[in-house]
Design a protein around this ligand. Structure first.
Ligand code: ADP
Length: 308
């Protein structure tokens, strides 16, 4: 194989009780990438469509991640990358992660898969470090492994793929406002009280157990964020009313996707997801902000190879 075309899905990190550790992969939203072998060693980004992002491999997360992989697998073969962006950078649904994960997935396939998923996560994280200043795996892990993942540690990378209850459905709202990841990080207090920490790890443990048992009531009771949401939600317009209306419409829980401004609700089944989408639409339309809403199954497979 000399060329590969892939779909690189968006993803939701944090999932309320799992700040910096939980994430899940979305189905309908994602970028496409074409990666092909060339005769001149090294990585080149030859085309980016859909968004204004740097072609310079040192400034693009796809280039950084690809170079991290090739450092561990020196070869005379070169790689050309084309990126077709649909996920807006800075929207909070893993735009940079899709490119970083896509680059290492595609090159690994073209090299006949010398690396494991865990190793690919390590390379993709180097790209993520460029985007947000810190190496984190909570978006690249679900994109590379599919489904819902838990990052136990990043050094060394130790990621667990969790089960996905069949009817679990996500509603994503992307209000098109600018929210700098850096600002969203700055607003978080550095210390956590023992009382809040106990509530958070109680909820995280319960949430993981609920996924194994397909216990939707327990998913609902444990999808809570005691630590980050109270501060970050202040940066998102109408957060409290969106959350209340979603829960009233039957959502299991509602929270911030990544560092925002996107927010997500989880529901049991598509019908409830449509009801939640409707109430969210009404609230956000009334304040005159441009927005997009997506209803998505949890994507159990992650990156998909497309026919050329
Ligand atoms: P998101 O949470 O939507 O992924 P991030 O804040 O993680 O957004 O990443 C966006 C940042 O990464 C922007 O500063 C963007 O310029 C930079 N970036 C570099 N390469 C890419 C790429 N291939 N795709 C998206 N963002 C990129």
């Amino acid at each position: 194989m000399d060329e590969i075309k892939i779909f690189c899905p968006a993803s939701v990190a944090n999932m309320s009780c799992g700040f910096d550790v939980l994430g899940f992969c979305l189905s309908p939203v994602g970028d496409e990438m074409v990666i092909r072998k060339t005769n001149s060693p090294g990585v080149k980004i030859t085309k980016i469509e859909g968004q204004d992002l740097p072609l310079d491999v040192k400034k693009n997360v796809a280039g950084i991640a690809a170079e991290a992989l090739l450092k561990e697998h020196p070869t005379q073969t070169g790689f050309e990358i084309e990126i077709y962006k649909n996920i807006k950078a800075g929207s909070g649904i893993g735009s940079s992660a899709a490119s970083a994960a896509g680059a290492v997935f595609g090159i690994n396939e073209l090299l006949n898969k010398p690396f494991t998923a865990t190793e690919l996560i390590t390379f993709a994280m180097e790209g993520e470090a460029l985007a947000s200043g810190a190496a984190h795996a909570d978006n690249v892990a679900p994109v590379l492994m599919g489904g819902i993942t838990l990052v136990r540690t990043v050094d060394p990378v130790d990621v667990i793929k969790l089960p996905t209850p069949n009817e679990l459905t996500a509603v994503i709202l992307h209000p098109k406002i600018e929210l700098k990841t850096l600002h969203a990080r700055e607003i978080i207090k550095k210390n956590v009280t023992m009382e809040k920490a106990i509530k958070q790890w109680g909820n995280l443990g319960a949430f993981v157990s609920a996924l194994f048992n397909e216990d939707y009531d327990l998913i609902s009771r444990s999808l809570k964020d005691e630590i980050v949401e109270p501060m970050r939600s202040l940066l998102i317009p109408e957060f409290d009313s969106l959350k209340k209306a979603s829960i009233d419409a039957g959502a299991l829980g509602f929270g911030i996707s990544g560092s925002g401004p996107s927010v997500f609700a989880l529901t049991k089944g598509k019908d409830t997801a449509h009801k939640v989408s409707k109430v969210i639409n009404q609230i956000i339309s009334s304040i005159g902000i441009d927005f997009e809403i997506h209803i998505s199954e949890i994507n159990k497979h992650g990156i998909k190879i497309l026919p050329n």
